[in-house]
Each structure stands twice: as C-alpha cells, then as structure tokens.
Design a protein around this ligand. Structure first.
Ligand code: C2E
Ligand code: CA
Ligand code: CA
Ligand code: CA
Length: 278
C-alpha cells in the first residue's frame, strides 16, 4: 500500500491499523464466545440505604474467554454495539438473568426485581417486546420481576417513538430505569413524559459530592426524581461518608462497592443466604 514520508502520517496510520486489528479480534472472539457460551452474568446488589437490606440487583455481563481471560464490558460493549452483536449478547444476558432470578424465587431466596441493561440497538428492534415475552415465558418468570435499564442516548434518539416502546414494556408490568442519568443529553421536558419507575444517578455525580456544589447537584436531582414519583438509585457508592450524605438527601437506594462488587451467580446465592439470616 501507499507510503508517505513523515512520521505523523505513518504513526497515525499505524495506530489506526492496530485499533482496527484489535476491534476485529474482539469481534471474532465475541462471535466464537456466543457459540461457546463465554458470556456470563454477574449481579450487583442494590441496597436500601436505611435498612441496609437488599432491594434488587443489576445484571452485568462478563465476557470470560479461555485464552484472553476476562474482557471488560467497557472494551467489548462499544464494539458489540457497532457490529450489532449486542443483540445476541443482550439476549444471552436477559435469558440467564431470568433463569437465575426464577431459581432464587423458587428457592425462596429473593422476590424482587432483576435489572437488565438494554442497549440502544435492542431497544429499537421492532419485535423487542415479543422477544422479551418469549424469554420470560421460557423461564416461567412473570414480567413483574424484570426491570430494564435504558440510557438517555437510547431514548432521546427518537423520544416520541421511545415513549411508545416504553409504554408497551411498562404495560406488561416491567419496570423501567433511566441509567447514567445526567451524563448524556436528556430533556427535563421528556423526563416527565417517559413512563419511568427509577432514575439512576451516575457515579460521576456521587464522586462529586465532596464539593458543596456537587452535593447540591445530587440534592436537586433527587428532588426532581421524587417530584416525578421516581425511585432514586445512587450508583458507584464506595464510601461510608457518601452513604451519610445520601441519607440526608433522602436517596433511598444505593449500589456500589461500599456494599458489594458484582458477584457471580454462586457468590450472589451466598449473598442472598446471608441476607436472609440478618
Ligand atoms: P452501568 O450500566 O452504568 O453499570 C455500572 C458499572 O459500574 C458496572 O461496570 C459496575 O461494575 C460498576 N460499578 C458499580 N459499583 C461501582 C463502584 O462503587 N465503583 C466503581 N468504580 N465502579 C462501580 P461494568 O460491569 O464494567 O459495566 C460497564 C458498563 O457496561 C455498564 O455501565 C453498562 O453500560 C455496560 N454493560 C454491562 N453489562 C451490560 C449488558 O448486559 N448489556 C449492555 N447493553 N450493557 C452492559
Ligand atoms: Ca446499568
Ligand atoms: Ca449506570
Ligand atoms: Ca455508567
């Protein structure tokens, strides 16, 4: 191929090549991983801030490859979004999450909701609702036990169409959460129109609570959410003093390393048993 004198061009070209190769590698690994069942679901507890008891959990995908070890969602999810593989991966996650929650329900260990992340690509599938119905039915799990987490970008792409899709999910008794609230662009005018149940305050805002202005910001978000009858989940809570502040701000639910990192199915089963003996 054509070569050009001058380092910057070559360097740029090289970096681009390396990135393209890496992307292709991950795309291939994901295709193989989908066939070989290398996608697992981990669960992170959501805790009631006052009682310290479990109220729900978020399902988080883990890509466990035999050769390259665990590949972080931050690395493969954006690529899967671009290639469309997120649709198949998302179905695996939804299916395993429903299977696991059904088991915990039957074993009398848990009777709340599991929250599953829904990507923009999945959200805009014309047969989204029937795909979800089929997975729920297959696992004999009533839709009551499912919550879907959707980001601002996903719904603001076409807000009016998003409202229709959200209504059809909501009509089934599925709960809907706005994920990473405040990090994308969202319109307050739409926020009140979306049939949401929960607003998840992004970790960036929680980290910023060390400043007074940051605390005021979270205070305002919680107030808006409550005025719209939405539950609030604070994301990425790591420290005890953050819990103290969030209590004073009337935030009811927290998720973060302070309570627990995401756990494998077996670890989460143990966590549920410990919760019961409390
Ligand atoms: P997210 O939906 O905002 O998920 C929360 C992320 O924050 C998770 O990262 C979780 O492990 C991490 N986290 C939770 N508590 C703390 C904390 O106290 N401190 C810190 N530093 N991090 C914390 P994870 O599992 O790496 O996932 C990253 C992102 O990948 C997710 O962000 C979500 O956007 C995406 N993702 C994960 N699983 C799925 C999935 O099944 N489907 C789709 N579409 N996206 C997924
Ligand atoms: Ca999420
Ligand atoms: Ca989030
Ligand atoms: Ca996030």
């Amino acid at each position: 191929h054509a070569k050009k004198k001058g380092n910057s061009y070559l360097f740029f070209n090289d970096t681009m090549n390396r990135q393209a190769v890496k992307r292709l590698q991950i795309e291939n690994l994901m295709r193989f991983g989908l066939k070989e069942d290398h996608f697992e679901v981990y669960y992170q507890p959501k805790m009631n801030i006052r009682t310290g008891k479990l109220t729900g959990m978020e399902a988080l995908v883990r890509f466990i490859t035999p050769k390259k070890g665990i590949i972080s969602p931050g690395v493969f999810i954006p690529i899967a979004e671009e290639t469309g593989q997120i649709i198949d991966i998302g179905e695996v996650v939804l299916n395993k999450a429903c299977r696991d929650v059904k088991k915990w329900l039957d074993d009398g260990l848990f009777n709340g909701r599991v929250a599953v992340n829904l990507s923009a690509k999945q959200f805009s599938l014309p047969d989204l609702t029937s795909r979800i119905d089929i997975i729920l039915q297959k696992n004999a799990l009533p839709s009551y036990f499912l919550e879907l987490e959707i980001t601002e970008g996903t719904v603001m792409d076409d807000p009016n169409e998003a409202i229709n899709i959200m209504r059809s999910l909501s009509a089934r008794g599925i709960h809907l959460a706005m994920d990473d609230f405040g990090t994308g662009y969202s319109s307050l005018a739409y926020l009140k129109q979306f049939p949401l149940n929960t607003l998840k305050v992004d970790k960036a805002f929680i980290d910023d609570m060390k400043n007074e202005r940051g605390r005021n910001m979270v205070d305002s978000i919680v107030t808006i959410a409550h005025n719209l009858d939405l539950h609030v989940v604070a994301e990425g809570v790591e420290q005890a003093h953050q819990i103290d502040i969030l209590k004073t701000l009337n935030c009811e639910t927290v998720q973060g390393y302070y309570y627990s990192k995401p756990l494998s199915k077996d670890e989460f089963t143990e966590f549920l048993k410990q919760q019961q003996s409390k």
